[in-house]
Design a protein around this ligand. Structure first.
Ligand SMILES: Cc1cc2nc3c(=O)[nH]c(=O)nc-3n(C[C@H](O)[C@H](O)[C@H](O)COP(=O)(O)OP(=O)(O)OC[C@H]3O[C@@H](n4cnc5c(N)ncnc54)[C@H](O)[C@@H]3O)c2cc1C
Length: 534
């Protein structure tokens, strides 16, 4: 924080102290919170100066698929945006989507210095794609092995078109292939070490694809389907049979998307979730959107039996729950309330109570109870095998998988060069208390439009439209640029002894500076700090 003139001159013991202003950029909270380490402040600054291509290339340093994260990322960056404590967080993901889409039309002319080492990647989801991308940029020869006939993992088979149209995914994948990344589909690898003879390192990004069963009577009846299977069929363009009254069991992304797809196929849909809204693992905004579309959610409710007529689902016997102490996941444990059983009629039951990792793939490599065991740099207990994404964490998010793929690329590069890993430093980000709020006006967050409601619930058309340029720039203008100079000139304007020099970095002529601290106090974004001269 800025200091007063008296602080500048004396400390408590009366000895003379001299403080000098230092211009030094700090860490914005959005940048810190992004698992891929995107320099969000920087691309917003470039965009404000209408340098769209440069802004796009700035995102691409860390994120291989910005038009996808701009659509589906739950944007942890926004949850830490200092603007959120002032009025509303910056709509970072809509800005990212604009730039990602802008970049889809550009050619990425990579100048790659080829290396001789070959790396195998198992799985073409976001973790595998990110690892491939960052290693390819470093010049390694990359081959991805994918079990499905289509590329993209959950981006392809899980997330429906109304949130992520397939042509966007195809364009991003094409860009990666144009870098020279080879992808072979329809090949299921049985064990990572099966590839050890032909490759110098192996990255495993196989996700979590085994649907959990409920273990209740009636699960085998006609009309019971797993959420992931339902979504996969729909997303791959297969015909899916669905009834008129659909129950979806679960509270994660699979449950919400399965419910919204069933609604779009014309069914009346109800979600049954055994905990309360606070414990739902699905992305909060997607739950809200589902409810707006007319999907009802029965909280604290779980089925105990699926009852059939002629081998076909007809009724669900359910029980009400109450919440007890937290379980190993940290969420409060649901406990059935004795005698609260009741029945509801449905003709289809979609079970979406979560996905597990297929641990068979990791024989002789250490695992945890939910996935593969790795350190924070994705190294497994076998020196040649690295792993990241859902197969390590259990079901998580696209951006976490992208971050893991990026860390793996650093670890694999160091492994192949025989170099030590860089130390991950935990830097403190700029907080709202550091910002001089006198320089900012309260302004409502801008968001793009959505498509018209009737079209939305009756089709799989993408819901969100893209920012138009005017709104985009107005939204970007709201950014505090926490801790990073955006050349507002305040330090230069307010300096009473004309000691600030307006060059590229804003330096200080210390021959004139009296250390009054006014420049630090009037810097809106905490770039200048007064540091004691020694
Ligand atoms: C319905 C649904 C909606 C979601 N919505 C969102 C969202 O909006 N936002 C968000 O951030 N996250 C969302 N998620 C989560 C997100 O999709 C995942 O966290 C992310 O895709 C994990 O990436 P991954 O690369 O680890 O695994 P995956 O995306 O699962 O990819 C793994 C790939 O490995 C392949 N594979 C598996 N085994 C083998 C083998 N033996 N040999 C070869 N290939 C193999 C699989 O076929 C698959 O293609 C959603 C998930 C689901 C299911």
């Amino acid at each position: 924080m800025p200091i007063s003139l008296s602080d500048t001159l004396h400390n408590k013991t009366g000895t003379w102290r001299t403080f000098r202003p230092i211009h030094k950029n700090k860490l914005p909270p959005c940048n810190k919170k992004c698992p891929t380490g995107e320099n969000i402040q920087k691309y917003i600054y470039l965009l404000l100066n209408k340098k769209y291509e440069e802004a796009y290339r700035e995102i691409k340093k860390d994120n291989p698929i910005p038009s996808i994260t701009g659509r589906v990322c739950p944007h942890p960056c926004e949850s830490k945006c200092n603007r959120g404590e002032f009025d509303e967080p910056i709509a970072i993901h809509h800005i990212e989507r604009f730039l990602g889409d802008y970049g889809l039309e550009l050619k990425d002319n990579w100048e790659i210095e080829e290396k001789k080492e070959k790396i195998a990647i198992i799985g073409s989801g976001p973790a595998g794609l990110a690892c491939a991308y960052h290693l390819r940029k470093k010049g390694y020869k990359i081959k991805i092995f994918e079990a499905e006939n289509e590329i993209g993992g959950m981006l392809r088979i899980g997330i429906p078109d109304y949130r992520l149209p397939k042509d966007i995914l195809d364009k991003e994948i094409k860009k990666l292939q144009e870098m020279g990344i080879e992808i072979e589909t329809g090949v299921r690898i049985n064990h990572p070490l099966d590839l050890a003879g032909n490759y110098d390192a192996i990255f495993v990004g196989t996700g979590a694809h085994i649907s959990r069963k409920m273990g209740i009577p009636g699960e085998e009846l006609d009309g019971v389907i797993s959420g992931l299977e339902f979504l996969k069929k729909l997303n791959l363009g297969e015909k899916v049979k669905i009834g008129k009254k659909v129950a979806v069991i679960g509270g994660g992304n699979t449950a919400i998307d399965a419910a919204r797809c069933a609604l779009r196929l014309g069914a009346e849909v109800k979600i049954l979730y055994r905990r309360s809204r606070n414990e739902m693992p699905a992305i909060e905004s997607e739950v809200e959107e589902a409810e707006k579309e007319g999907i009802k959610i029965e909280f604290l409710t779980t089925p105990v039996k699926i009852i059939g007529k002629n081998q076909k689902v007809s009724t669900l016997e359910c029980i009400r729950m109450e919440l007890g102490e937290p379980d190993e996941s940290g969420r409060r444990r649901p406990i059935p309330i004795k005698g609260s059983e009741f029945t509801l009629d449905f003709d289809t039951v979609i079970l979406a109570i979560g996905e597990k990792v297929d641990l068979k793939l990791f024989e002789n490599i250490e695992t945890t109870s939910w996935g593969v065991k790795t350190d924070q740099y994705t190294r497994t207990t076998h020196e040649k095998v690295f792993a990241g994404g859902d197969c390590v964490t259990g079901p998580s998010t696209v951006v976490e998988a992208l971050g893991a793929g990026k860390r793996a690329s650093i670890a694999i590069d160091c492994f192949l060069k025989g170099e030590p890993l860089p130390v991950i430093k935990d830097k403190k980000p700029v907080t709202i208390e550091n910002i001089n709020l006198d320089y900012f006006e309260r302004k409502k967050r801008k968001e793009p439009e959505k498509i018209e409601f009737n079209r939305r619930v009756n089709s799989f058309d993408e819901i969100w439209l893209r920012f138009d340029e005017k709104d985009l720039l107005e939204e970007a203008e709201r950014c505090f640029s926490c801790g990073v100079c955006n050349r507002c000139d305040n330090c230069w304007v307010f300096c009473p002894d004309l000691s600030i020099i307006r060059n590229e970095e804003y330096s200080v002529n210390y021959d004139y500076c009296k250390g009054c601290g006014i420049c630090a106090r009037e810097c809106p974004r905490y770039v200048i700090t007064m540091e004691e001269e020694r």
